[in-house]
Design a protein around this ligand. Sequence first.
Ligand code: TYD
Length: 140
Amino acid sequence: MSIDRCHVRDLPRITDVRGNLSYVEGPSLVPFDIQRVYYLYDVPGGADRGAHAHKALHQLVIALSGAFDIVLDDGKNRKSVRLDRAYKSLYICPMIWRTLNNFSSGAVCLVLASERYDESDYIRDYDDFLKAVNRQEIVE
Ligand code: TYD
């Protein structure tokens, strides 16, 4: 899998003097069925989250409040995406090593996920991730 498959997309925005509204709905805005929603909050300054890959999980990440960076790494290339608007979403395909950092104070990171929580879907060691990427390339 390539980081080129991970993309930032603006969600619809219904602007209103009473406050703005955005929404996420499938299949055009979420390219998978949502099985789980989780969120990160109260992240202390300087903390990193993530630092793992998923074998099969698809995710859509939204900075509901505040801002943070997501560093995406496919074993060959790396890019950093800053989510800083509640109407921006980042799609992350399987087999991407991701690290979340530079959280602003009060940031809330919402994640829509294609599967329920399953520890066996994680790759938590970077060397294991590189080995899995190389194995995948041999098969393809
Ligand atoms: P983890 O995914 O490692 O957090 P992050 O990558 O954001 O640093 O999850 C941290 C802990 O929370 C870990 O013990 C698993 C647990 N967890 C759940 O029980 N359910 C979930 O949906 C998620 C995302 C994590």
